[in-house]
Write a protein that binds this ligand. Structure first.
Ligand code: XBP
Ligand code: MG
Length: 257
């Protein structure tokens, strides 16, 4: 029987609802600064989220909506530099938004992280986003010292293939010298659960506005959020018994089921 030793968290959509009012706004600011008349609406961005990674998402958008512009950039040999520049400026605007406190943690995240630490569980992060975005989110919501709560912050380009590939979770497990059987993952999207389950990790889903219609087959449980004692969570799939919020005790029970 495996023993639960560690929790591995996705970031965007899981620790915080960062996409609609964070990343999307930052992309649009970067496009405006570059005098590009691209503006990603909430719905458009929801479609583009099917591709993980900001640089990959810009390329996907150009292929879909601006093939001529894309071809011009490719022929001029300037495409990679343009995407890297736009993404770098987007990251600047995004980390500025975080520093201004624009994006809070999702319900239950701070409480559960503190409970996990008090009970001696090991913590890690496995995300597609850029490392600077992770440290900025942690600093702005939990304080600078919270970066050290996570033994491994596996993020962005550190692995060759982004989610839904399992690379980022395999990398985190390897760095922690743990097997998937020792851990539980937290995710919010279909790309995310494909990645975590691709690494054979049992996975808890907290869905959000962009992912509520995603396929979460195989998840241990699908929730609207992690809940608080005074703010019950709701089980969309799976079973948390009579628990009304996610605690370490509830997770241990789910893990052993
Ligand atoms: C979400 C992503 C990221 C962010 C944007 O990552 O796919 O690409 O949308 O961040 P996860 P970057 O859910 O794995 O945390 O622009 O830095 O990629
Ligand atoms: Mg996510």
């Amino acid at each position: 029987m495996s023993e639960l030793k560690a929790f591995i968290f996705d970031v965007d959509g899981t620790l915080a609802d960062t996409e609609k009012d964070g990343h999307r706004v930052a992309f649009n600011r970067a496009f405006k600064e570059a005098d590009l008349d691209w503006n990603w609406s909430i719905d458009k961005y929801g479609e583009l989220l099917s591709v993980t990674g900001g640089k990959e998402r810009i390329l996907h958008f150009l292929k879909l909506d601006h093939p001529e512009f894309l071809q011009q950039q490719q022929q001029a040999g300037t495409l990679d530099d343009l995407i890297k520049h736009l993404h770098g400026r987007k990251t600047h605007f995004y980390t500025q938004l975080l520093a201004d406190g624009a994006i809070p943690l999702r319900t239950g995240v701070k409480r559960l992280l503190q409970e996990m630490r008090e009970q001696g569980f090991r913590l890690a992060i496995a995300t597609t986003t850029t490392p600077a975005n992770v440290t900025s989110l942690l600093e702005s919501t939990l304080g600078k010292e919270s970066i050290d709560w996570f033994e491994v912050i596996a993020a962005g380009d550190i692995v060759p293939a982004k989610k839904p590939a399992a690379d980022i979770y395999d990398y985190a497990l390897e760095k922690m010298d743990l097997t998937a059987a020792d851990c539980l993952a937290f995710e919010d999207s279909s790309n995310g659960i494909q990645s975590s389950m691709g690494a054979n990790l049992k996975t808890v889903i907290t869905q959000n506005h962009y992912t509520e219609d995603h396929d979460f087959s195989g998840a241990l449980v699908v929730l609207d959020h992690l809940g608080e004692p005074d703010e019950p969570c709701h089980c969309i799939a799976g079973d948390i018994g009579d628990a009304t919020y996610i605690s370490v005790a509830a997770l241990t029970k789910l893990f052993a089921a």
